[in-house]
Design a protein around this ligand. Structure first.
Ligand SMILES: *[C@@H]1O[C@H](CO)[C@@H](O)[C@H](O)[C@H]1NC(C)=O
Ligand SMILES: *[C@@H]1O[C@H](CO)[C@@H](O)[C@H](O)[C@H]1NC(C)=O
Ligand SMILES: *[C@@H]1O[C@H](CO)[C@@H](O)[C@H](O)[C@H]1NC(C)=O
Length: 360
């Protein structure tokens, strides 16, 4: 009867819709990349971002929105709703008292709250960013000194690495290269030791350890992921292999360059699952990294080839003020995405009808 058919249709809609909604990915992910406080000023700059992080994220298809250290909590909330992931880079900012630390805590709390409500929002921490995540989760200093300031190492995978969210899609060849070739660049004075991890419930209930390393004395966490949230951290530097050349322990082997892309691809794909968006293309363009020019720092004592400097809200020296006059570029990415949603909605109906016909 008609009612039976309608009932079946309803069942199918319920069964099939979730499959299709997960297929609709955001192919224009925007990742918020945290700037950090400079330690000593050269020319009135208050913060910087190393260009290697920008290039790494861009290589896997994300656009980068630099997040300044001097914004209000309200402004960070607005940014949170526009971006699809939050990235805490390495560096030397104070993780207990700095603009970097304050913003990190705000974005971390927003992400936890959002993910609890079913809103997918990933966070990544590299080196200092990894330490910052550990300290926020543990709510106290959990770092110990290690002799790891200039060494490249293979990862010692834990048994939990296999099947982890982070490494699930890595090829067996890449896993084997990571486990045997000394390609992960360590440039940190501080670490989270496995001893601390085992003792600290805030840490061991929250993070699953995927790899460790040792300085010969202390075994420390080199890669972790959160059990219940899309939060990931590496104590080492996936972004340096292809883009940084100023230290002789940086590794540039073909496998190490592929490795960088595996990590970038993983995190950008996480960001593609986020449905946060912005009002229009002009609005996001005003905020993206493309407006800024990096400075060449490779011939100073810096460990970075290029850095983007930021000058604080009153004196931001935007190198290329945007004048969006071409209506074609406004809203382009999301029109494309809206198109994809339409097509899938259409496919959904076709599949439903086919399924119902086959069924009756
Ligand atoms: C620190 O580690 C390096 C190798 O990474 C080693 O050459 C050096 O002797 C170590 N220093 C100490 C004090 O253990
Ligand atoms: C992960 O799985 C592969 C094959 O499935 C195996 O060769 C490897 O030893 C495993 N690694 C760990 C750390 O358990
Ligand atoms: C960055 O480069 C610009 C342009 O050359 C220069 O004016 C500025 O002082 C540089 N900033 C720093 C911090 O070196």
């Amino acid at each position: 009867s008609f009612t039976d058919r309608m009932f079946l249709l309803l069942c199918f809609t319920t069964l099939v819709s979730p499959c299709f909604s997960t297929l609709v990915k955001n192919n224009g992910p925007v990742i918020g990349l945290m700037a950090q406080d400079v330690r000593s000023q050269e020319a009135n700059e208050i913060s910087y971002i190393a260009a290697s992080y920008v290039k790494t994220l861009e290589s896997a298809g994300a656009r980068v929105l630099p997040i300044m250290i001097d914004h209000t909590e309200e402004e960070y909330k607005e940014i949170f709703n526009m971006i699809n992931g939050f990235f805490l880079p390495g560096g030397a900012a104070n993780i207990f008292d700095s603009g970097y630390a304050t913003a990190a805590k705000i974005f971390y709390d927003l992400a936890i709250e959002a993910n609890k409500k079913g809103d997918y929002f990933p966070i990544w921490g590299t080196c200092l960013g990894f330490e910052q995540l550990a300290v926020i989760t543990a709510r106290k200093n959990v770092l110990v000194r290690t002799n790891t300031t200039a060494v490249s190492l293979p990862l010692d995978f834990t048994t939990e690495a296999n099947g982890s969210k982070l490494f699930r899609d890595f090829s067996p060849e890449m896993m084997s290269a990571l486990a045997t070739e000394p390609m992960t660049i360590n440039a940190h004075k501080w670490s989270v030791s496995m001893e601390t991890y085992h003792e600290n419930e805030d840490l061991n209930k929250f993070y699953k350890v995927l790899s460790t390393n040792t300085d010969g004395r202390i075994e420390f966490i080199s890669t972790f992921e959160a059990y219940d949230y899309p939060i990931y951290g590496v104590q080492w530097h996936p972004e340096k292999n292809p883009y940084e050349w100023t230290r002789d322990f940086y590794v540039h082997t073909p496998n190490s360059i592929k490795m960088t892309f595996y990590f970038a691809d993983f995190f950008v794909n996480e960001a593609r699952k986020s449905k946060h968006t912005y009002e229009n293309e002009k609005m996001i363009r005003d905020l993206l990294i493309y407006r800024y020019h990096p400075n060449y720092t490779g011939e100073t004592t810096s460990v970075f080839e290029q850095k983007y400097y930021f000058y604080g809200r009153d004196q931001d020296k935007i190198t290329d003020p945007v004048k969006v006059t071409d209506p074609d570029i406004i809203g382009s990415v999301f029109e494309v995405n809206a198109g994809a949603v339409h097509v899938l909605a259409h496919v959904n109906v076709v599949v439903l009808i086919t399924a119902v016909l086959l069924c009756l």
